[in-house]
Design a protein around this ligand. Structure first.
Ligand SMILES: NC(=O)c1ccc[n+]([C@@H]2O[C@H](COP(=O)([O-])OP(=O)(O)OC[C@H]3O[C@@H](n4cnc5c(N)ncnc54)[C@H](OP(=O)(O)O)[C@@H]3O)[C@@H](O)[C@H]2O)c1
Length: 296
């Protein structure tokens, strides 16, 4: 047994940009934290802040009941953990490495095969917010395992459990990534459009930020419509929005800027109208997206 056995509350393996912030957040919340990184020097600042340096990955595992890994990909995680897998028995492995649902399912099976509880997870809010309540961290896997470690994981931010299927974390990870970058693509187009009229981007961002609560409010309402499979026209029909998109395309061309972003949504609306949704509410566009290649 390692000299360090169970002397810390949590261990962090992989001290890159994200892993370092994870360890800092655990320390800031008062949890005894053991750390290991391939390049040992990256642990120095954390040790100065009170972390315990583990000399090997195996020592980091045996130091705590909760082991958080944050590495570039699952292959690297398995390559690192494979030779020391027996030391995971009886512990909880939390994998905050980005990957696919299939990789998460395989990793969960692998961990179970070595007698470890497993939570898959994803950090959704970049590195700067880690440790603050608005930093979203999603986790999936056994609800009992999440409940047992929630008080430590909550040090990272808004620790949200998605369900028992370990694959859910990467599913949400990619979905939320798509949502964020879709919204930002719209913002970049808008900033270019108003910029063509000489509007300062920060001036526009202030007005746009005030508009976002309305946009966000549509998500809950449209989610209900999607769930019901009924699309009332209260927020405008596909036809009405398609006409508005044509105005946006014309205005963009007149301003001499690219039309890639609005063209994407304009095409989707046209396909929805062709598929028979012209008079349906705009949320019906989901049926065109969900049908994929079948009605492209
Ligand atoms: N950074 C973000 O904003 C962010 C946001 C959300 C999710 N994530 C996810 O978090 C994970 C880590 O990202 P990151 O930004 O922290 O990456 P990073 O800064 O590039 O750090 C990578 C870490 O992995 C270690 N590593 C790489 N190959 C290794 C190997 N073969 N054996 C042992 N250790 C190895 C590195 O060790 P060395 O120091 O020795 O090179 C380093 O600690 C990724 O899956 C990423 O998608 C990151």
């Amino acid at each position: 047994m390692s000299e360090n056995e169970q002397r810390s509350a949590v261990s962090v393996i992989g001290l890159g940009q994200m892993g370092t912030r994870l360890a800092q957040a655990f320390l800031a919340a008062g949890h005894a934290t053991a750390v290991w990184n391939r390049t040992a020097a990256k642990a120095d600042a954390l040790v100065a802040q009170g972390a315990v340096r583990a000399e090997t990955a195996e020592a980091a595992i045996t130091a705590s009941p909760l082991v958080v890994v944050c590495l570039p990909d699952y292959a690297t995680a398995l390559e690192l953990l494979g030779p020391v897998a027996t030391s995971l028995r009886g512990r909880t492995l939390v994998n905050l490495t980005s990957g696919t649902p299939e990789e998460a399912a395989r990793m969960a099976g692998w961990a179970a095969g070595h007698g470890a509880d497993y939570l898959d997870g994803a950090a959704m809010s970049g590195t700067r917010l880690v440790g603050r309540p608005e930093a979203l961290f999603v986790f999936s896997g056994s609800p009992e395992t999440f409940a047992a470690h929630r008080w430590v994981l909550a040090s990272l931010g808004n620790a949200t459990h998605l369900g028992a299927d370990p694959a859910l974390a990467p599913v949400y990870d990619t979905a939320l990534f798509g949502l964020a970058w879709g919204a930002l693509a719209g913002f970049y187009h808008s900033a270019a459009l108003v910029g063509a009229s000489g509007v300062d981007p920060s001036t526009f961002a202030a007005v746009a930020t005030g508009h976002m609560p309305f946009v966000v409010s549509l998500m809950a309402e449209h989610a209900r419509q999607i769930g019901d499979g009924r699309f009332p026209d209260d927020d405008g029909t596909v036809e009405v929005h398609a006409a508005a998109m044509r105005h946006l395309l014309d205005t963009s061309r007149a301003g001499g800027i690219g039309t890639d972003v609005p063209q994407l949504f304009s095409d989707l609306l046209d396909r929805a109208a062709t598929a028979g949704h012209a008079a349906s509410g705009i949320a019906s566009v989901i049926e065109t997206i969900a049908a994929g290649e079948r009605n492209a």
